[in-house]
Design a protein around this ligand. Structure first.
Ligand code: AMP
Length: 215
């Protein structure tokens, strides 16, 4: 099964993708994560992408589609894939069709996480992760049980994404509204889109997403 999680920054795509990885042995392909590791490693792609990401703009279609193609080539054809943060433009949606078709894959579901954009600013600007194990936290909604210590691995270092500041988030929202939301009709026409209330608590969203995959 191949699915797309679609929704603006902070809608919970990464969180729900992780649940699917745990529950169904699927693989999460997040172009955001791939680009962040390219930046960290200082690869040619990372060097190109860094300034664009810091400004909250979209990296070129060619770069992200090539990342997805390479990642798909590393998987067995029967491994289920969750596309998280890809496609983000009409050109990427077209590339994804080709990338899947040439690998004998097809798309079963597009799940749109429906959220209140104003509430997202608070969600995003408050989030941070454990620098050691990646566990996610939030200043208001989920602080570590013991102040400054990760619940999962006892790590004491935490980090925030450089693009999770209010100004960049606004630009990322604009990119979503202008370039990503308009690709929904492509999938609507194929009758594979389900809208899920992304403002509900994580467990309810998880259950709703599970229902869609089991339908
Ligand atoms: P994300 O982690 O999905 O929020 O992505 C973080 C940043 O990486 C975005 O703001 C973009 O600059 C870049 N990015 C991630 N995925 C894509 C994509 N599919 N197309 C273009 N840029 C992307």
């Amino acid at each position: 099964m191949n699915i797309i999680l679609l929704g603006p920054p902070g809608a919970g795509k990464g969180t729900q993708a992780q649940f699917l990885v745990e529950d169904r042995n699927m693989v999460q392909l997040s172009t955001g994560d791939m680009l962040r590791s390219a930046v960290k490693e200082g690869t040619p792609v990372g060097l190109k992408a860094k300034a664009v990401m810091d400004a909250g703009q979209l990296v070129s279609d060619e770069i992200v589609s090539a990342l997805i193609g390479d990642a798909l080539d590393k998987l067995d054809t029967d491994t289920g894939v969750i596309f998280d943060g890809y496609p983000r433009t009409a050109a990427q949606a077209e590339s994804l069709d080709e990338l899947l078709a040439t690998r004998n894959r097809s798309l079963q579901h597009v799940i749109e996480l429906d959220v209140d954009v104003d509430a997202l600013i608070e969600r995003i600007t408050g989030r941070f992760t454990c620098a050691n194990c990646g566990e996610g936290y939030h200043d208001t909604f989920k602080t570590p049980a013991k102040d400054g210590v990760c619940d999962k691995c006892d790590g004491t270092e935490f980090k925030r994404r450089p693009d999770d500041n209010a100004e960049t988030v606004r630009k990322r929202m604009e990119e979503y509204r202008g370039k990503t939301a308009p690709i929904l009709p492509i999938y609507d026409k194929r009758n594979i889109v389900t809208r899920v209330d992304g403002m509900a608590d994580m467990a309810s969203v998880r259950a709703e997403v599970a229902k869609v995959l089991d339908s």
